[in-house]
Structure formats: structure tokens, C-alpha cells
Design a protein around this ligand. Structure first.
Ligand code: ATP
Ligand code: MG
Length: 796
């Protein structure tokens, strides 16, 4: 081998170096967070290239997100001192499988231009099948079937391979519907996400020649975040590595957080069995976080029973303790976070000043993002959401918004241009030029120009009539808002011929108005299947169906948009919000705070991390707490571990004692208890913050009284226990109880006969109370005496 300079090796510790230099045969790097697994994996790619062992297209490297793939490519380039060209097979399982499946689509009964359905499309298709099978989808929701099918696909099971044990799924009809669904997908020349892997595994299994071709082609295989692979992904890898066995996987059993999506942490534990003689590298030095942060994370994860158990150390300086703070509600929490970020930015917290892009907020549930985003928008602090769905960027949403804009501000020419021929009104380029010219000649807005053009008959035929209808409609809808009326002369308001009841009618809410606009403009219609004369003869107004699959999706998004309007006072308010959101989405290089879910935070690191919403029922999730057994709860705890270990210098955990909860049809305030994971933080490494004068002079927290009344928090056992904990956790309090002296020992504030829940023993009833100990008759575990703080009330 040519003696090329390999300066990149100098940055590694001996264990990492070993993992990099041992290029042949199976290698497993099993190590805790921040120990440099991804760094070693990236360096290994650079090493393969720089030593000439492999060409860029001979390396198959799997990462968990597209973002991670991009970063890895960049880093390889940096290590080599030149851009990493090519690397076509560095990506996520999905992105790689799409490429492979397009090459071999015919082997799966597809054409190479197949479409990939998103989860909404998938659900819609399943709904159709469920309905066609005359199944009551109230009792057996299609969503449930979707979950079952996903699960089978994650386990690489085609309909004929589903085991007998699963035959009862979905009221005994699951397997049959799964088969129908797969047939339907083929007819549509479509696949869902699960199919990408399933089809490739099936092709590899049934066409050894194809498999061999790729076994030779991908000479080296590398996989990051191996603990989160599901069975299908695992089989796919095992098939591909079956020849040369040059496979290097890295992962951390403590960071397995996708069990709910079928990931099998067992894959990583089985590696040595699957690849006998595998070289296992363990890394223990953490290069990311300070000792306090590391100690907090280690202590939390120690609560899990099922883990390999690893100890991490760091030689970083002590730094800040993990900071903990309680708030009255989520709004207060968001407000405090923003104020704190501002303070950290200007370096007034006794720490170094932080840039906004060094700061991240990681939430357990996406619904937590809204209140944070609203706060950021309000104070104009730049942020970006990582992994968020750009709802407002969708075509139908932008069309609808353009309609609302013209209705609210008739002078908005850009919006008018967008809608004038959407849906198609036979107003082609020529007609639109006529409108433009008329508007220019009269010095008026496009809409007014359009009205003049229509009235003067400047546009002939079908288009002219349609234009007249549109401008009349816009005037009518405008009159239903309380905004400016459309005027033709300086002093006369158009008599738009609307039904008097609707003219400026306060009975028509902006939500109804939005629906009226979409319907009467013909926009909704454009996504519906046209009716034949036959159909009309039979029934003058038959029920309408979406034109096709895609149309159905767009219609659902429009419905969501209309529902969303309920959060605003009027259309104007909504449109302002939209402008803010859209504006914020514009990508520029300005430093921004990152907001993301904990699941999306995997593998990332930030100097400062905020972890809001550490409350029982949110984090850990209610579902995991209600489950029998510890599986769900342990996965939540790993998520907590992932969160804390993202932080390099400052980690701030917070909770609120009241939260607006949306759950199915239920929406309301609920009083919350601090997360059980907070109890697991080691005291010596935690600093409890008290929000200075949050509700003191001049700074009011509107709505507290109402919230309190709604949730009846003052009477709930949860609130009483919370008060008892305030001494411990520096919770902010509402005005009226600020000066109450709190007895920090009054922990056992349960009532006799109260229904309670314990993490280990499940549900039970309180039968005796002694100080901070409570005797509980558990439904499954019998009568036990337990420490009160490990109990939560179930009826508050
Ligand atoms: P996670 O489990 O969270 O994915 P990881 O094990 O993949 O973590 P990396 O992201 O590779 O860890 O590394 C964590 C940080 O430590 C990075 O900033 C990386 O640059 C740095 N680092 C890794 N190895 C070394 C080393 N030998 N010397 C100095 N810094 C290192
Ligand atoms: Mg990593």
C-alpha cells in the first residue's frame, strides 16, 4: 500500500483506530453516547477511500436520517481534504432501497417509475379496502390495520408468510386485507415505505443472481445507529454482507428508541452470533458532554433493567450542573426558555455567550412545538424546526391561502394571479393579459381590472362568464368578512347580490366562510370526480368522491386547514400567522435555534440543550405508563438518555404543572406531575433554578385563574403533591399561592380509597397512609407499602 499521509488517524483514540483500521471481516462498535462511534465510522470510510481499498461506489453506508447522510459525506470530504465525490450508496435504508428497487422494479411486479405513498395515502387506500369489505371501521379502524401491516412489513413478512399466530389479527381479516392491499398497490404501480425494504428482501431471496451481483458490488458495508434497525433492515444487511462479511455496525443499546416502529435492539446483541469471529470494539470515553451532564444521563439510564450496562467517563472540565426548573404552564415554560436563551446569548448567566445555532430545544411530542413556535414568532427570535412537515408549503394550502388573501385584501394582486385560473376557468394567457392591461389602464388592482374587463365584455365566451362569476363571488365573500368592502367608485359599495342573511352576517364564522369560499369558488369541486349524465339522472345531488388518490389527500389537507382556523379569531389573524410562519421558513444563514423531537435528535449534538415537558403522562408518555410491563417505560427512559446526552455544555430540563392536552376528542387543561425521570436525576449534579419574580411586579400571567378553575387544580391531589415538591424543584407559582408556606415533608397527600398507579406494581387503591409511606392494595401485585413519591394519582 502506498504510504499516503493519513492525518485523520491522529484524531482517534486507540480503540477507535482499531475500528477504523480493521477493514476486513465483521466489526461491531458497541458504545455509549458521544464516544465517537459516528466519528470512527466516518473515518473508516475516509480510510477505505484513501487506502484505495474501495471506490466511492463500492461502499454501502447506512445512516438514520438524510441529514446524517449529508453530514457524513461532508465529514469524509474534510478528512480526505477534498470533496467526497460520488458515494451514491451513502444514505438511509429507504433512500438506498428506492434506488435499488427502481432498477429491479419488474421483479416486484412494478414499473420503475412507481410512486411512493406517504402514510396518509396508505391510510386512505386501506380505508377503501376496509369499507369495501363491509367492516365497521368504527370498531376496527383502518389505522389499526395500517399498524398491523407495517408491523408485518417491518418483520419482512409477505402476506403468505404471516405466521398462524397472527391469523386473528384485525378480526381475522388482517391477512386477507394485507394481500388485497398489496395487490392494489401493484395495480396502482405504488409502494409504501415498508415495501421498499420488503420488496428488496424478497427480490434478494428469490433471485440469488441479483443478490450475488450486489454482494460483489458493495465490498464494504457500514451501518450507524444499528440498535434501531428492524428485522427487514437486518435481513437485508445480512443478505448483502453474506459473501465477504465486510460489515461494520455501530450502535448503543441504551439509545434504542424506535421499538414502537419495529426496531429490534436484539439485532445488535445478536451480531456476534450472526457473524462469528466478529471483532467487538468498546468505547468508554465520552468526548461530547461535561461530567455533570454525563452523570445525570448515566443515573437515569441505570433505572433500566434490560441493558448491557456501560460506564462512560470524560476528561472535560466540570462545567454547569444540569439545570432543573418548574413552571406554571407550557406557555410560561416557553416564555422562560426564550428569555433564558436571550440571557445565554448575551452571556449574562455566568457562562460564555452562546450563538443561537448552538442551542436546541428537544420535545417529546410534536404538539409541544406549537407554543414554543408561537413564542419565537412573537418575539422575533429565529428558529427552525428539524424534521417538521412544511404544511403551509403544500400546493392546495397555498391555493386556499391565496383565496383567503384576495377575500380579505382585494388589492393583493399576487394572490389574485394565483387564483384567477385555479381551478381552470378557461382564462388562458391571453385573457389574463387583458385583465392586466385593463387594470393598468385604469390604475386599479387586478381584481378591479378583472371586474371591468368582465363588465365591458373584453373577455369572450366561457372565460368571460367564469370571470364574472369569480369577481361576484369574491365581492360576496368579502362582504361576509368584516374587513374592507370591495369598492368600484369612491363611494359606492358593490351590491353584490348576496343573500341578505349572509351580507356581513355575524352568524357566518370565518371557519364557515373559509369553507364557503373553497366550495363556491369551485376549488373543492376541482378535486372531485366529475358526474356523468347517467348519475345525475338517477340522483340530482349524489354523494361525491375524490377524483383520485392524490385529490383525496389534498381534500383532507384542506379540511385540516379549515379546522386549524378555529385557533384564530378571524381570517386576517390567520393570514398574519401564515406570513410569519412562511417568512420564518425562508432559509438563510442566520443563526437559529433548532427545535425538534427527541426522536429526530438522535446522533446530533449541541452546546446547549433545553428539554421541556418532563411530566408524567407526557414524558414518559401516558401510553408507556399504562402498559403492563416495563418495555414502554424503558424505551421512554432511553429517550431521556438520548436527550440529555445531546448536550455538550448546558442541559436544562423543565416541566409545567398544567398543560393543555389534546387526546382524541378531548381537549382541556390537565394538572401534571413532574416526570418520574426527574426523580432519577442525581441530586449532586443538578441545580434547581427558581424563576426570578415570574409573577411579581408588572409581569402578569393572564388566564391563570381560568386555567386553575378549569382544571380544578387546587383541589386535586396532584396539585397538593406538586406544592409539596416545589421546595425541591423551584417551581414557579401562581400569584395567589406565592406566599404560602410549603411543608416539604407533606409528601403523602393521597386520600384513603384513592386510585393510584405505581411504575412497578401497576394500579391499586390506597388503604393506609403513614408519613411519606402509603399502603396500597394493588390489583395485580397484592398489598404493599410504598414510598409516596413513586405513586401517581389516577383520577386527577
Ligand atoms: P451518539 O451515540 O450520540 O451518536 P457517537 O458515539 O456517534 O454519539 P460522535 O458523534 O461520533 O459520537 O462523537 C461525539 C463528539 O466527540 C463529536 O463532537 C466528535 O467530534 C468528538 N470526538 C469523537 N472522537 C473523538 C476523539 N478521539 N477525540 C476528540 N474528539 C472526539
Ligand atoms: Mg453517532
Amino acid at each position: 500500500m502506498a504510504a499516503r499521509p493519513m492525518p485523520y488517524l491522529d484524531d482517534l483514540n486507540p480503540a477507535q483506530r482499531e475500528a477504523v483500521e480493521r477493514l476486513d471481516g465483521p466489526v461491531l462498535m458497541l458504545a455509549g453516547a458521544g464516544t465517537g462511534k459516528t466519528k470512527a465510522l466516518t473515518t473508516r470510510i475516509a480510510h477505505l477511500l484513501s487506502t484505495g481499498r474501495a471506490r466511492p461506489n463500492e461502499i454501502l453506508a447506512v445512516t438514520f436520517t438524510n441529514k446524517a447522510a449529508r453530514e457524513m459525506k461532508e465529514r469524509v470530504g474534510r478528512l480526505l481534504g477534498q470533496p467526497a465525490e460520488g458515494m451514491p450508496w451513502l444514505g438511509t435504508f429507504h433512500s438506498i432501497c428506492v434506488k435499488l428497487l427502481r432498477r429491479h422494479a419488474e421483479l416486484a411486479g412494478l414499473k420503475s417509475n412507481f410512486t411512493i405513498l406517504d402514510t396518509d395515502d396508505q391510510l386512505r387506500l386501506l380505508k377503501q379496502l376496509v369499507q369495501a369489505a363491509n367492516i365497521d371501521d368504527k370498531r376496527w379502524p383502518a389505522r389499526m390495520l395500517a399498524g398491523i401491516i407495517d408491523d408485518w412489513k417491518n418483520r419482512a413478512l409477505t402476506p403468505d408468510k404471516v405466521p398462524a399466530a397472527d391469523a386473528g389479527a384485525y378480526n381475522n381479516k388482517g391477512v386477507d386485507l394485507y394481500a388485497q392491499y398489496q395487490t392494489r398497490l401493484r395495480e396502482l404501480n405504488a409502494v409504501d415505505f415498508g415495501d421498499l425494504l420488503l420488496h428488496m428482501v424478497t427480490i434478494f431471496r428469490t433471485h440469488p443472481d441479483v443478490l450475488e451481483q450486489y454482494q460483489r458490488w458493495f465490498r464494504y458495508i457500514l451501518v450507524d445507529e444499528y440498535q434501531d434497525t428492524n428485522i427487514a433492515q437486518y435481513l437485508w444487511l445480512r443478505l448483502l454482507a453474506g459473501g465477504h462479511k465486510n460489515i461494520c455496525c455501530v450502535g448503543d443499546d441504551d439509545q434504542s428508541i424506535y421499538g414502537w416502529r419495529g426496531a429490534e435492539v436484539g439485532n445488535i446483541l445478536r451480531f456476534e452470533k450472526d457473524f462469528p469471529g466478529a471483532h467487538v470494539v468498546r468505547l468508554e470515553q465520552n468526548y461530547r458532554s461535561t461530567p455533570h451532564i454525563l452523570a445525570a444521563a448515566s443515573n437515569v439510564i441505570r433505572g433500566n433493567e434490560s441493558r448491557l450496562g456501560k460506564e462512560l467517563w470524560t476528561d472535560k472540565p466540570e462545567g454547569e450542573k444540569v439545570r432543573l426548573i418548574g413552571h406554571w404552564d407550557a406557555e410560561e415554560e416557553a416564555r422562560w426558555i426564550c428569555e433564558e436563551i436571550d440571557a445565554m446569548r448575551s452571556g449574562t448567566r455566568g457562562m460564555r455567550p452562546f450563538e443561537l445555532n448552538e442551542i436546541a430545544i428537544m420535545v417529546r411530542a410534536t404538539h409541544q412545538m406549537k407554543v414554543l413556535e408561537d413564542r419565537f414568532l412573537k418575539i422575533g427570535m429565529p428558529y427552525r424546526v428539524i424534521g417538521g412537515v412544511p404544511f403551509y408549503r403544500r400546493l392546495e394550502i397555498r391555493d386556499a391561502i391565496a383565496y383567503f388573501r384576495v377575500v380579505v385584501s382585494p388589492d393583493n394582486d399576487l394572490a389574485f394571479e394565483r387564483i384567477v385560473n385555479t381551478p381552470k376557468r378557461s382564462l388562458g394567457e391571453k385573457a389574463q393579459q387583458t385583465i392586466q392591461r385593463t387594470a393598468r389602464d385604469h390604475g386599479v388592482s387586478l381584481l378591479q381590472g378583472a371586474r371591468i374587463a368582465a363588465e365591458q365584455g373584453l373577455i369572450k365566451g366561457k372565460g368571460g362568464a367564469a370571470l364574472r362569476e369569480l369577481v361576484d363571488g369574491l365581492a360576496r365573500w368579502n362582504a361576509m368578512t368584516r374587513g374592507p368592502r370591495i369598492e368600484i367608485d369612491d363611494d359606492s359599495v358593490i351590491d353584490n347580490g348576496a343573500e341578505p342573511a349572509r351580507y356581513g352576517d355575524p352568524e357566518v364564522s370565518h371557519i364557515e366562510l373559509a369553507q364557503i369560499i373553497l366550495d363556491e369558488s369551485g376549488y373543492t369541486e376541482s378535486y372531485l370526480k366529475p358526474l356523468s349524465d347517467e348519475e345525475l339522472k338517477l340522483d340530482p345531488s349524489p354523494p361525491r368522491r375524490p377524483r383520485d388518490h392524490e385529490a383525496a389527500g389534498r381534500l383532507e389537507n384542506l379540511k385540516e386547514l379549515v379546522n386549524h382556523l378555529g385557533e384564530f379569531e378571524n381570517l386576517q389573524g390567520f393570514l398574519e400567522h401564515v406570513s410569519l410562519v412562511m417568512d420564518n421558513e425562508q432559509d438563510n444563514d442566520e443563526p437559529k435555534v433548532s427545535i425538534m423531537t427527541l426522536h429526530a435528535a438522535k446522533g446530533l449534538e449541541f452546546p446547549a440543550v433545553f428539554l421541556p415537558g418532563w411530566e408524567d403522562g407526557l414524558f414518559p408518555s401516558q401510553r408507556s405508563m399504562d402498559e403492563t410491563g416495563l418495555k414502554g417505560l424503558e424505551e421512554e427512559r432511553r429517550l431521556a438518555y438520548v436527550g440529555i446526552t445531546r448536550a455538550e455544555e448546558v442541559c436544562t430540563i423543565s416541566f409545567a404543572s398544567n398543560r393543555l392536552i389534546f387526546s382524541g376528542d378531548f381537549k382541556g387543561w390537565q394538572s401534571m406531575l413532574p416526570s418520574r425521570f426527574i426523580d432519577e436525576l442525581p441530586e449532586d449534579h443538578v441545580e434547581v433554578l427558581t424563576p426570578p419574580g415570574l409573577y411579581g411586579g408588572g409581569h402578569s400571567a393572564p388566564g391563570i385563574e381560568t386555567h386553575a378553575a378549569q382544571a380544578n387544580v387546587y383541589n386535586s391531589p396532584g396539585w397538593k403533591r406538586m406544592q409539596a415538591r416545589q421546595g425541591q424543584y423551584g417551581m414557579s407559582q401562581p400569584r395567589e399561592s406565592r406566599n404560602t408556606v410549603i411543608d416539604a415533608t407533606a409528601v403523602a397527600s393521597f386520600a384513603l380509597g384513592e386510585r393510584v398507579f405505581h411504575q412497578k406494581f401497576g394500579y391499586g387503591e390506597v388503604i393506609a397512609i403513614e408519613g411519606d409511606k402509603v399502603e396500597v392494595a394493588f390489583e395485580k401485585a397484592g398489598t404493599k407499602k410504598v414510598v409516596a413519591r413513586f405513586l401517581s394519582a389516577k383520577d386527577d
